[in-house]
Ligand binder design. Sequence first.
Ligand code: NAD
Length: 324
Amino acid sequence: MENPAYTSVGFIGLGAMGKPMAEQLAIKLPTNVPLIVYDIVASAVTDLVERYPGKVLAGKSPLDVTAKSQVIFSMVPEGAHVKSVYLDETSGVCCRPLNNRMLVDCSTIDLATSLAVKDQITRHHPQASFYDAPVSGGVIGAEKGTIAFFLGCSEDDPNLAQLAQLLNLMGKEFIPCGAPSLGLCAKLSNNYLSGLIAIAASESLIMGMRGGLDPRVLSRVFAAGTGQNTIIDRFNPCPGVAPEAPSTRGYKGGFKVQLMKKDFSLAVAMAAQQGTRLALGSAGLQLYGEAAEDPRCRDLDSRVVFRLLGGDENWKERFEANND
Ligand code: NAD
């Protein structure tokens, strides 16, 4: 990084996404810029500190990370955790003067909580900036440094150029979505769409296969026709069609169905609050709710709805036998 705008960076929340994102910073930040990390799970902190000695330093709390960092990223599961990280009265980020610090929350949470946290920060620390910056690209994208950030700010935000220096170390793209909380609005809208496409793709595959079509042929038809979409092309819900798809690896290593259920629920709640009519929202919510509880699907990639809907995962034997 040329002329880094920061002398120190903090990272709070070192789980499936946060850990590889923090690692990208540990590897790519200039040598004289330390990374201060914190997680409520102590082993997540010591693991990174031991892996990057002298570069990654242990924080004792969000407050401690803030005392030692000019810009702070957070990546925790839900709104309640974000509130605790920023607003906890004894250990939160906001327990000390923040001056012109930049605070960037990458968690996927509801818009109201994000706006409430931003509001508290703006009222008590007017020089500091808080951004919602949820990400897309999954754990593999975080490991490869290819995630996309959806930023809750306008394109002419005065901090954007500085922020870009750090976001570019962790991802391949960032999109300023217009204003606070719109990064989250964009992320939830995207996951609603992606979740519904996975259901529709599974249903369409199942009906075509039961009608006698080889799913490889059927997927080529979808790709050439108006049904073309990324779920069919790259994340095909039917195992053995797309070589890189999680379904082909036993639905392992993708976007967990419980996370899709969480994001889908947040999107449906957002739409309800707006008064937006959803023709497919409750059906999608019910299916992802079922999948998240079903032992055949839980902890697996969300495209496992193909299994829940009764898709034939052993189709190859059938079609290859027919070709003999
Ligand atoms: P995770 O459960 O693997 O990790 C969350 C981490 O936050 C854990 O290590 C936990 O100990 C820590 N944590 C919880 N409360 C904390 C607190 N108060 N202070 C410090 N640390 C705390 O979750 P994840 O998969 O990394 O997801 C994080 C966020 O990213 C979620 O909002 C999720 O929806 C979103 N997301 C996940 C993926 C994915 O593929 N996993 C993709 C895009 C976005």
